[in-house]
Ligand binder design. Structure first.
Ligand code: GLN
Length: 248
């Protein structure tokens, strides 16, 4: 299963975020510490999305392991951002390894990632997909569970749902349709981050002016809090709220 992280706060270099910490996302791609039995390495692609100025986020994604990417280290060292979402992917067996299947998925200001698996894919979620506009299904980023989850969340966002509700409702309907699914979702517009912990690990560290959410702590600093299972985090750079999801 993938590992992902999101940062909001004063601008930092992508290198400082993704490479430098002792248990950085890059290290987690080959030596994750807490995959809860869901895979071993995260070698099936990666993606980084960041907000440059006031515009929509920029993405850099590839279908290969992040550790072998020869472009990203220099790009990361030269790039500062105050809002970042990044992920390394371990494809679920049977799902394609391609760039468009690597998070973050994006539309407008939104960036989205999923760490986990939808059980019984694809049959279990046919009734949910059936409620989406046909166009959304024809233009799904990839034939994967994560891309469908993004389409379900995005459909709610397009209808002006509150982002926390969009994530909570999607987790609830997929949990009901596909029991046992692992649904760690991560959504940001560059100002607020919404993250669910359902079946996989999630940690959060808040400092006075920044917040970092990650599948696994990127260092051994004392400020990390582990998010309980079936809980939702809503964070800005200066606030963190954690609440129970249905069924917690
Ligand atoms: N099922 C997702 C995929 O194949 C897995 C994401 C992850 O957690 N590995 O893309």
């Amino acid at each position: 299963m993938c590992r992902h992280l999101a940062y909001l706060g004063p601008p930092v270099s992508l290198r400082g975020l993704l490479y430098d910490p002792p248990y950085s996302l890059v290290r987690q791609s080959w030596a994750p510490r807490n995959m809860r039995g869901g895979g071993t390495v995260n070698a099936d692609g990666f993606g980084v999305g960041w907000y440059a100025g006031d515009g929509d986020p920029v993405r850099y994604r590839r279908a290969a392991p992040i550790w072998g990417d020869v472009t990203l280290p220099a790009l990361a060292a030269a790039t500062l951002a105050g809002a970042v979402l990044a992920a390394v992917r371990s494809a679920t067996v049977g799902m394609p390894v391609q760039e468009s299947a690597a998070a973050p998925f994006a539309e407008g200001r939104w960036l989205f990632s999923h760490n986990g698996v939808v059980r019984g894919w694809p049959d279990s979620v046919v009734p949910l997909a059936d409620r989406l506009p046909v166009r959304d299904l024809l233009t799904l980023d990839a034939p994967t569970d994560s891309a469908l989850l993004w389409a379900l969340v995005r459909h709610r966002l397009r209808a002006d749902a509150d982002p926390a509700e969009a994530v909570a409702e999607t987790v609830a309907e997929v949990s009901e349709a596909a029991p046992g699914s692992r649904l760690n979702l991560l959504l940001t517009d560059g100002r607020t981050v919404v993250a669910s912990a359902v079946g996989h690990a999630l940690s959060v560290r808040a400092t006075p002016d920044a917040v970092l959410l990650a599948s696994e702590p990127v260092d051994d600093d004392p400020g990390w809090r582990s998010v309980p299972d079936r809980h939702l985090v809503v964070a800005t750079s200066t606030s963190v709220r954690v609440r129970a999801l249905a069924g917690a």
